[in-house]
Ligand binder design. Structure first.
Ligand code: HEM
Length: 294
């Protein structure tokens, strides 16, 4: 991201960087903690984008079979068939030798599921875990660019209460104790819930401070169900615990490393929403970053 900022007068488009970092994280959870393969990351990036682009149209035939004759549905089905082969090759290749214990692939293989089930269970983690966290992180940054007071308060909390590593990284085990960070993350999810097919709605105003009350937990307490950004019950987010750590970890480190502001001074970035799988921004976030301490 620093390289991009240097080449572009301090302005970056962070989404691509967050997406790639998330692929690396999910790949380690799925294939092994030492896993590192740039080619896999790049292929996964493309495969998830294709799945999100064509998956919706292709699945219309499940409920309305005659739709298969519509040109866009026909095309989507063809693309999904090609994608299926690519996913099998890409993930299957990494299952050829036994994956280390403590990873999702090891668990799936130990259950002796059919090979296809193992491969697509892994792919599902990427499809559902990539843009959900990526989009939510973008919304958090966008809202913090708009609300400089909240960004400063968050930065101050990190300076005062987080013990960082030698490289200045906020430790993942510390994000839970940063109250204002948690409030920022929860408020982002309240204002911009990425849940697919959520009823269209809009938050009228910023209420970050109300999340400072400890009673507003992710799943509510004792029947209190007022805040469910990760769903609930049988259909709740399977990656809930990853998301609850990854999101504050990414936001706190991005704010600790850089000051974020409008790409063009005085021109507010567009925070309107697009209609898609995980509520992306209509105009991908572009922001000016300045490394802290300069
Ligand atoms: C900020 C981050 C995230 C948010 C807000 C979020 C939100 C959600 C929501 C609301 C659902 C339920 C959708 C429904 O009712 O149909 C869901 C499902 C799911 N999520 Fe997430 N998610 C996040 C991150 C992740 C991550 C990081 C992963 C993977 C590691 C993940 C994997 C899944 C899976 C596999 C399901 C399907 C569960 C099922 O139907 O059995 N999510 N997510």
């Amino acid at each position: 991201m620093i390289k991009e900022a240097n080449l572009n007068g301090g302005v970056v488009k962070p989404f691509h960087h967050i997406r790639r970092a998330t692929i690396k994280l999910l790949a380690r959870a799925c294939i092994g903690s030492d896993f590192s393969d740039e080619e896999f990351d790049a292929t996964m990036d493309v495969m998830v984008e294709e799945a999100l682009k064509y998956g919706g149209d292709a699945r219309i035939v499940d409920t309305f079979p005659p739709a298969r004759f519509l040109p866009n549905v026909k095309r989507a089905i063809m693309q999904m068939e090609k994608l299926k082969i690519l996913v099998e090759e890409c993930i299957g290749h990494h299952l050829a030798s036994p994956p280390p214990p403590n990873c999702y692939a090891h668990f799936l293989l130990s259950q002796r599921f059919p090979r296809e089930v193992t491969i697509f269970s892994i792919f599902e983690v990427f499809v559902l875990g990539l843009d959900s966290t990526g989009s939510t992180t973008m919304w958090a940054l966008g809202l913090l660019v708009h609300n400089q007071k909240a960004q400063q308060k968050l930065y101050q909390e990190i300076r005062d209460h987080a013990t960082c590593t030698e490289k200045g990284i906020v430790k993942v085990e510390e994000v839970g104790k940063l109250e204002y960070l948690q409030a920022v993350v929860k408020e982002t999810m309240r204002m911009k819930p990425i849940a697919p097919l959520a009823v269209p709605h809009k938050a009228a105003r910023d209420t970050t401070e109300r999340f400072m009350e400890s009673s507003k937990e992710f799943l509510g307490k004792r029947g209190q169900c007022s805040f469910l950004p990760l769903g609930a019950g049988m259909r709740a987010c399977a990656g809930m615990e990853v998301g609850k750590l990854q999101l504050p970890f990414a936001v706190s480190n991005l704010v600790n490393a850089f000051h974020w502001s409008n790409a063009v001074e005085g021109e507010e970035s567009n925070l309107s929403e697009d209609f898609s799988f995980v509520l992306p921004m209509k105009t991908p976030l572009e922001a000016r970053i300045v490394p802290r301490g300069i």
